[in-house]
Design a protein around this ligand. Structure first.
Ligand SMILES: Cc1cc2nc3c(=O)[nH]c(=O)nc-3n(C[C@H](O)[C@H](O)[C@H](O)COP(=O)(O)O)c2cc1C
Length: 366
């Protein structure tokens, strides 16, 4: 099974299954000399951990990060960094009744057809637990970005139909509510909506927004490795993400050229933009303005409400998925989107060093 690695120079490989011994990541290509402790990774993992509010699954996973390699005396060594999180609360018996039934909205059916088997204990590689690897890598990438003055931040813009308009954002409230929304009043409304769905044994989705500040001009390439194309792959590869837009995204289709273009102007000898409909990218490269992307997250597939499906014997059956599932995935996926954005940017920063001869001369002929 291929496709578990992402990035060229800052290259991450995600490994492990939900019901195996552990899940984790190998980061190859992180420069030596970056201060890194297990607590730096733990802070990120704690943001995606279940069981932190009544709207996330009651699983009691401690998800403790252990650095197995690549760090010496608190700094990266330039060799592969392996981070493992041992699976402690994966109770296989919870999944018994669904072992031979294809759960609607999950990878069960295509996975079984493709590989001829399926890990009947749970999602295996298709489980949300795979995103632990992404978050651990994102923690390291974010430290690298921070050293270069770049900050990435994600939050929930919408939970179901409850959407916060940009002019009402209160960024200081993101960590004060269960949904990571930039507005406690909206989070309260979202809570009412999610509670009503929970009483109907149903689930909902939402929108995660991510912004990056401090990017230099020119990250990303002009053809297949465009900044926006790589971000789309990075974020669309997260389970349950069904759409990614950069800047005005789909709304740009209904705009006009005169409204959608971002006029340039000079300020203190620097080229600036009056607006940022493009979301910080032009022609596949960062343009020096704020990067803005959004991810549409579908409603949680595992619901206790009765659904029609088929089992592995080819019989039509009803399924009702009990056990421990979030009524909305968005709050736990916020840090996953932030992490995949950080990983993509870290990789492109390293790649960009070889873009010009004068950059190379600066490194090799100081
Ligand atoms: C952090 C995270 C946690 C998730 N937890 C659940 C969950 O508890 N229940 C569920 O049905 N899906 C969960 N998912 C989503 C499924 O993994 C995903 O919908 C499924 O594998 C099908 O893939 P697709 O939606 O990309 O087609 C989670 C996703 C993420 C990113």
């Amino acid at each position: 099974m291929s496709g578990s690695s992402f990035g060229k120079l800052f290259r991450i490989t995600s490994w492990g299954e939900s019901h195996g011994l552990a899940v984790g990541v190998v980061i190859d290509g992180c420069p030596a000399g970056l201060p890194l402790e297990a607590e730096d990774i733990q802070r990120y993992l704690d943001r995606r951990r279940p069981g932190q509010s009544k709207y996330t699954t009651r699983r009691n996973e401690s998800d403790t990060a252990e650095i197995l390699s690549g760090v010496f005396e608190g700094k990266t060594t330039g060799t592969p960094i392996c981070i493992a999180v041992y699976n402690k609360d994966q109770r296989s018996r919870d999944y018994g009744e669904i072992a031979y039934t294809f759960r609607p909205g999950h990878a069960d059916y295509p996975f079984k057809e493709k590989y001829g088997f399926r890990d009947y204990r749970g999602g295996g590689r298709s489980s949300g637990r795979e995103t632990i690897a992404r978050v651990a890598a994102g923690a390291v990438a974010s430290l690298l970005l921070k050293e270069l003055g770049i900050k990435v931040m994600a939050y929930a813009k919408a939970i179901g139909p409850v959407t916060i308009p940009e002019e009402e954002y209160r960024l200081d409230e993101i960590n004060e509510n269960s949904f990571y929304m930039p507005g406690n009043a909206y989070a309260e409304k979202a809570g009412e909506y999610v509670s009503s769905l929970m009483s109907q044994t149903d689930s909902c989705g939402g929108i995660i927004e991510c912004r990056a500040d401090g990017l230099p001009v020119g990250l990303g390439e002009t053809a297949f490795d465009k900044l926006d194309a790589l971000l789309a792959q990075a974020v669309m590869s997260i389970g349950a993400v069904k759409g990614v837009e950069i800047g005005d995204g789909f709304a740009a289709a209904a705009s006009t050229g005169s409204r959608n273009n971002d006029p340039f102007y000079m300020k203190d000898g620097k080229v600036c933009k009056k607006t940022n409909h493009s979301g910080g990218t032009l022609g596949g490269m960062s343009d020096g303005s704020q990067l803005i992307l959004r991810a549409a997250v579908k409603p949680t597939s595992s619901i206790a409400k009765k659904q029609h499906t088929v089992n592995e014997s080819g019989e039509d059956v009803e399924i009702s998925i009990h056990g421990r599932h979030d009524p909305v995935i968005v709050p736990r996926a916020v840090v996953v989107v932030e992490s995949m954005t950080a990983v993509t940017l870290a990789d492109l920063l390293l790649q960009n060093m070889g873009a010009r001869m004068d950059h190379l001369r600066k490194i090799y002929l100081p």
